[in-house]
Ligand binder design. Structure first.
Ligand code: ZN
Length: 378
């Protein structure tokens, strides 16, 4: 009997290995596993699999990688690895080329690939050679994109004119260069949740959502108020169909937004509107079973002021699912004090229906004095 059990285990392991082999299609940086899990790099497999990624969601999200990536461009080209010399077909994702390429420089020397991929044979990244045939093909494709974009105002999505710039300073040639940039920064500052969030964005745009969620989960483990990571996790999980969990993250993003300072007021409002748009869709899709708006309890956890919680409960907005601008006044309520940073012309004053609920009369009176204070300072 025991032998039988052992045999079964062996069979199961073989099956797992087969699944893992399939996972290795895209390649994962051992350094990411080491930094996210705290394991010494020497003890991490040189060719990690999705199963080795720490966190709740990488494996779940990996199952949906095709649907998740359908919004991104596909540019498959044969490249030769500079490390091992072997060829492979890789999806370079969105390609960016500078608007003006200098005389004598070929566009193929200047392009940037946003896709994240590593060598299928040796798991190296960033050292790629393009054969002359591929260079010609690519040059043709890029030239076509340039002509298309100068004629049409609508940008073609698989090739964009412009430059990918990180921190106004660094121009990554490949998605893996952008990863290196953030992993190096995280090496010096591993607890920085914002850096983890930005690394997640690099993976997401690089068509690697399973790596993106790994990074977003790391961000949230370090800062429970990392609103951008909450939103991104929620959006990805919603796209995978995990509506309940997605809605929890999205409601959290809305509830915590008022204390998030790493986005401008304008961008923060955009994020809240996007979160509310997805939440509204989930709410309708589930016949109102999943809450759209943060519950008073969720708001309290996010230290949303009591008076403002009361205000949100009493609000009765007219929301038109087809017009996202109807969500702006609601989004501004959830911005809390950061709402005041919006330029007056941009601000959509909340329209209270029935009883006046917002702004609270008490608040309005309290807001009047600052004018006098300003004069006093001078
Ligand atoms: Zn290689």
């Amino acid at each position: 009997m025991q032998v039988m059990v052992l045999r079964n285990e062996v069979i199961i392991n073989v099956k797992d290995d087969m699944v893992m082999e399939k996972y290795q299609k895209h390649g994962i940086n051992p350094l990411l596993i080491s930094m996210a899990s705290g394991q010494d790099i020497a003890s991490v497999s040189p060719r990690p699999t999705v199963a080795m990624l720490p966190g709740k969601y990488p494996k779940l999200v990996y199952k949906h990688i095709k649907e998740l990536n359908s919004e991104f461009a596909e540019n498959i080209f044969r490249l030769t690895c500079g490390k091992c010399g072997k060829n492979g077909d890789y999806d370079l994702g969105t390609l960016a080329i500078p608007v003006i390429t200098g005389e004598g420089t070929r566009a193929t020397d200047k392009f940037q690939a946003v896709g994240y991929f590593r060598c299928k044979h040796c798991n190296a990244a960033g050292d790629w050679n393009l054969s002359p045939t591929i260079q010609t093909m690519l040059a043709g494709k890029l030239a076509a994109a340039v002509i298309k974009q100068t004629i049409e105002t609508e940008a073609s999505s698989d090739i964009v004119l412009g430059q990918v710039l990180i921190d106004n300073d660094f121009t990554p040639r490949w998605g893996s260069d952008a990863e290196d940039y953030f992993l190096e920064k995280l090496g010096k500052n591993p607890e920085n949740a914002y850096l983890w969030n930005r690394l997640g964005n690099i993976y997401y745009k690089g068509k690697r959502p399973e790596l993106a969620v790994t990074a977003y989960e790391q961000a949230l483990a370090r800062d429970a108020g990392q609103v951008e990571s909450m939103f991104s996790l929620g959006r990805i999980l919603a796209d995978c169909g995990y509506l309940e969990t997605a809605a929890e993250y999205l409601r959290q993003a809305v509830a915590f937004a008022h204390q998030y300072n790493l986005l401008t007021a304008h961008d923060l409002r955009e994020l809240i509107v996007s979160a509310l748009t997805i939440l509204l869709a989930i709410y309708n899709k589930t016949d109102h079973e999943i809450d759209m708006l943060p519950t008073p309890n969720e708001l309290a956890i996010a230290q949303f002021a009591n008076s403002e919680i009361a205000a949100t409960v009493q609000l009765d907005f007219e929301i038109n699912p087809g017009r996202c601008e109807t969500l702006y006044p609601l989004a501004e309520v959830y911005m809390g004090a950061r709402r005041d940073e919006l330029p007056p012309a941009e601000r959509k004053t909340p329209i209270p229906r029935r009883k006046v609920a917002w702004p609270l009369p008490g608040k309005v009176n309290k807001q009047k004095p600052p004018k006098k204070n300003k004069n006093k300072k001078r």
